[in-house]
Each structure stands twice: as structure tokens, then as C-alpha cells.
Ligand binder design. Sequence first.
Ligand code: FAD
Length: 314
Amino acid sequence: MIIKKIDFSKYSSIKIGGTLELKIAQNLDEAMNLAQNHYLIGKANNILISENVTRIFQLGSEFDYINDSDDLLEIGARTNGRKLFLHAKTHDLGGLEFLGALPGSVGGIVKMNAGMKEYEIKNMLHSVCVNGVWHEANAIDFKYRNSGIEGIISAVKIKKIRGFSGILESAFKQMRLNQPKEPSCGSCFKNPCGILEGEIPLSEIRGKSLANEVSGEILPEIPNAEIPGESPDEILLKSKSQIPAGKLLENVGLRGFKIGNMGFSEKHANFLINYGGGKFEEAIELINLAKQRVFKEFGIKLECEIIILDFTYD
Ligand SMILES: Cc1cc2nc3c(=O)[nH]c(=O)nc-3n(C[C@H](O)[C@H](O)[C@H](O)COP(=O)(O)OP(=O)(O)OC[C@H]3O[C@@H](n4cnc5c(N)ncnc54)[C@H](O)[C@@H]3O)c2cc1C
């Protein structure tokens, strides 16, 4: 095992966190031992970490590989998603184009069932090795931004499908160009799922109950309040059954709203961004404020997509 000191205000994508001790597991036995009382991180693109956190670990270089066989690719969990994307591009394999625009390790990407639009990693998985045991992907209960996997993902196998799409690659790149450039973890909140379908003005979802597929609970009635200063019909829910969290944040006045050096982006309200020197506490304050306002206005409980780490083990 290797022990490193890592400055998370430089290492994490949101540039928050102190200089913390990070243990590096060089094989699965070490990883399994550490997992008993340490938290496993990937490449810190989706975590908001406080300065108080102790006992974290990462998989080492032994888990960084791509084995290309006849029908499948086997990829170590530490491997960068972009490295897998480049392998797919070089070998004319399709279905992984979104990884060109999505930061993270393969382990983190599978754990989060990360993706863009309808392209999610679950669609490409053949099997996943968790705590040293291979599981068929179709036996895993993947949901939106959640794999439900408990344990260490050490490697995955991916289906090889002929035909890399340059068009998709450009489309994903384009999507990124329209998003904020400041440090962030990507989307702060998951888009709440509802029973609504089609294009619906936000004004119409007030007064209706939504079944929240994310938490499985039936949400309370949405208050019938007006949206101050906005024409409700300008705000349409375009996705089939997901309500864009960014639209909800905009509607409660949080687009461009800052506390200290953190804020919800002017460009895309669901990006919690660090304007430079932003603090963990400021980020938490903004997250709590957003949850409170959206619940009060729409009766919807926002769920964080980013993972908040604020614990110490003695
Ligand atoms: C600018 C930006 C844009 C983004 N856009 C998107 C997007 O469009 N779509 C999307 O889905 N995500 C997006 N994200 C979020 C991020 O890219 C994904 O969540 C990614 O999967 C994180 O990978 P990571 O290795 O950095 O994991 P980390 O952030 O380090 O960890 C995330 C979670 O994965 C777990 N984990 C990590 N490795 C393993 C492992 N080997 N075994 C078990 N659990 C593990 C951790 O415990 C943690 O719970 C974006 C992030 C940024 C910074």
C-alpha cells in the first residue's frame, strides 16, 4: 500500500477540500482490507469533500488496463473513461462515444451509472467484478445515476460493437461547450423523475402529485403558486418523464446565485461552481437552500447527484 498526501483543492474537479492522506491499494486484497474502514474514491469528479475527512483510498495502477479480446473488452476500474473512449475510437467500436466528454474512472462511471442523455454506461456493460466476483450486468439493478453496487468494482467487461460514430462524438463535445467552464462536479442534483410526459409548462405541474422514481416515494401535492416575474409557458418540461433540476433552480431564483465564492452557474443553474477559493461550507449552504426552496415551491425533494463526503473515523 502506498500513502500519498493529496491536496483536494487542486485534485478534485470542484477544487474543494484540504490536503488529505490518500491510501493507494495495489491489489484487491489490500483494497478489500482498506474498504472495511475507509471510503473508496475514483478520480474525484463527483465528490464534494470536506477538510475533515479521514480514511479514504483509491485503486492503484494495477487496476489501470484495457484487455481487448474477441468479443469483449476487460477494463480495470482505475482506467480513465477517456482512455477507454480513445481505445474505442482507435479500434472503431461504438457505444462509448459519450466517454469522450465525461470525466472519471471506469469504476466511478459504473458506480454512478454515468452517462449523457439516453447514453448510459449500463447499456454497454457485459459484466462487473465486485469484491472479486463477476456479476452479469443484467443482474444489476441500474437506475438513473445509480448502480446500487455496494463494494469495490475492480474491473468491468464491455460489449464490443462495431462502428465508432464521429457524429455522436461531436454531439457530446458540443453539449459540453454549452456548459460552464468553471470547476464543478457536473450536475449538482439529479433530475427528479415524475409521471408527467411530453411538453408541459412548469405552471401545470403545480397542484399535481408526482411519483418520484428516484426515491420511490409519492411526493406531496405541488403548491399552486405563481412563478414571480416569469411567464409559465416559457418554461417547458421537454424530457419525457424527467423534470430538469436546472429549471426548478431557475424558478426559485437560484440561477447565478452565490454564497461566498460558490454559486449556481448563470449558464446552467444545476452546475454548482467554484469561482475560486470556494469552501465546502458554502457549497453545503447552497445545496440546502436549493432543496428548501424547491420543496417549498414545487413540493419536490431534490436529490444530490454529487456525493458529499464529510466524515471522520476515529
Ligand atoms: C465537468 C463535469 C461534467 C460532468 N458531466 C457528467 C455527465 O454528463 N453525466 C454524468 O453521469 N456525470 C457527469 N459528471 C460526474 C462524473 O463525471 C461522474 O460521476 C463520474 O462517474 C465520476 O467518476 P470518478 O472516478 O471521478 O468518481 P468519484 O467522483 O471519485 O466517485 C464517485 C462515486 O463512485 C464511487 N467509486 C469510484 N470508484 C469506484 C470503484 N472502483 N468501485 C466502487 N465504487 C467506486 C465512489 O465511492 C463514489 O461513490 C461530470 C463531472 C464533471 C466534473
